[in-house]
Ligand binder design. Sequence first.
Ligand SMILES: O=c1ccn([C@@H]2O[C@H](COP(=O)(O)OP(=O)(O)O[C@H]3O[C@H](CO)[C@@H](O)[C@H](O)[C@H]3O)[C@@H](O)[C@H]2O)c(=O)[nH]1
Ligand SMILES: [Mn+2]
Length: 601
Amino acid sequence: MSSNTHGLPLHTHKPSRRTTANRIFAVVYGCATLALISHHALSLLNSTTLTSFFISLTFLISDSILAFMFATTQSFHMRPIYRKEFPENLKRVVEESDFPALDVFISTADPYKEPPMNVVNTALSVMAYDYPIQKVSVYISDDGGSALTLFALMEAAKFARHWLPFCRNNNKVDCSPEAYFAIDRDSHLSDQVENIKVLLESNKDKDITGNLMPNLIYVSREKSKTSTHHFKAGALNVLLRVSAIMTNAPIILTLDCDMHSNDPQTAHRALCYILDPEVRPKLGYIQFPQLFRGINKNDIYACEHKRLFQIDPMGMNGLSGSNHLGTGCFFTRRAFFGGPSNFLPPEIPQLSPNNLVDKHIWSSEVMELAYCVAACNYENNTNWGLKMGVRYGSLVEDYFTGYRLQCEGWKSIFCHPDRAAFYGDIPINLVEVLNQNKRWAIGLLEVAFSKFSPITFGTRAMGPLMGLAYAHSGFWPIWSILILVCLPPPANSPQWSHYLPKVSEPWFLLYVYLFLGAYIQDFLDFVLAGGTFYRWWNDQRMWIIRGLSSYLFGLIEFLLKYSGISTHGFNLTSKVLDEDQRKRYEQGTMEFGVPSPLFVP
Ligand SMILES: O=c1ccn([C@@H]2O[C@H](COP(=O)(O)OP(=O)(O)O[C@H]3O[C@H](CO)[C@@H](O)[C@H](O)[C@H]3O)[C@@H](O)[C@H]2O)c(=O)[nH]1
Ligand SMILES: [Mn+2]
């Protein structure tokens, strides 16, 4: 199928050839699972002693968890589609001067864990987009309020005057100037004070060849100990408001500071959908996969997260569209203000997505209002974070926000071009990996057990397949219970093994089928998405390690919070690369980092 504008297709899609096989497998496997569960249920009813009762009950529960997980993954197999865009047709369909304006949001939070050099890299790489430059504005949110980051960006602004023409003239595609600066200043702006600085202004600043430059704006929002600031979600909402006051572009690209652009044509790709009049009215966001640079050959920590960042979103592509992955995503600004057919107006008209900005960025009126909407008490008694903007209430604000937008009726698109659109960094020691996964586990559980649970709320809003797809990640951490409770006893107690089927019994074949079926399908998914056997193997190994540490600890922390005993914060992942550590990583040595209770299991 293709979508035509003036006879020229901007994008097409085709279903995966494995769809029919997937559906048949789902039915057969589903029946086998039901047979097993009813078998356990029967033995539970017929159990004569207390021990046999408990053993059957354990089997029933654990196999039900497995069956639930199986059922949820099926949603990704029902209608996967491959999309293709034709950015080369764009210019024949729309004049470049009619391209929509683009606001880019980059977030950073701590100059020690996230070297300002990375932030600068990210910013320069998008400033070099092959896009009408006066339409681009780059906003940096600095939650650390760090002089170091601000200084690096001021230098970057100067550097950009030379760098951008250099990229243009040399047709450079990867425009991130690694290691250009050597910075050793060390001071902190006060955490409390807000600070907004226009470092480059597109109507005024020119590069050394006389061409215009994009806007570059530094925002460090006000923070106080007495008000919650909602981590990245809060930072993005401040940027949503500040950018509305200054430029109010209809399209927004969000990036983490550890992701840089690898293709200056990426915005054109996004336009292939945005400019399609059939897609546009319901289009909430276009998500690009998270891909990483510097993963070692066999990906020992399974940091690639192939399933999470590539395979599953592809599966959702044929339904209502991919979930949001936090970075590398083009949003339509309108999507943050109520569903496609019920607009939710913001509290002041200047924040409205259709408001036209007609004043200079640095005019006192604009600046005053920008400071006002970046203040820490601004959101009190408003809809921000509840029904408007990026949603609060989960440490995985990306998953939660994408989910809520889709529940409101917004569709999304997963765009996976051959040339990677963005590349990110990965943590390269075990403790960083496990801590990151623990934070995700807590965040996912916060959604799974809230009133917005994908099983109930999600299914009602988007239908069973999308509900299951979101439930798959949301409930993902609970299977750690399964390893803990069920695996150890059968392995070492004769009483338990008595309840497992003998090799001669037909039930044994069922077990073999269920076991092999699940593994083979998983392996095929992985390899057909470009993975290797060793990477798959390490992925399986990390699955167990994460289950016993990140997910288990995440589950416990979540329960503690649920019962009001403790709270949890956003543990930033460190992006500092130590050369020795990098060498060991490249050789494939597991590195534990620092002693941590996460290693106890
Ligand atoms: O108070 C905070 C905390 C974090 N961040 C930013 O959030 C981003 C993600 O943080 P990181 O430590 O890199 O977390 P990861 O686990 O690597 O990120 C994944 O998971 C996050 C949710 O937990 C998503 O926000 C990210 O997009 C997704 O890539 C970074 O740019 C941070 O600077 C803030 O701006 N303010
Ligand atoms: Mn990150």
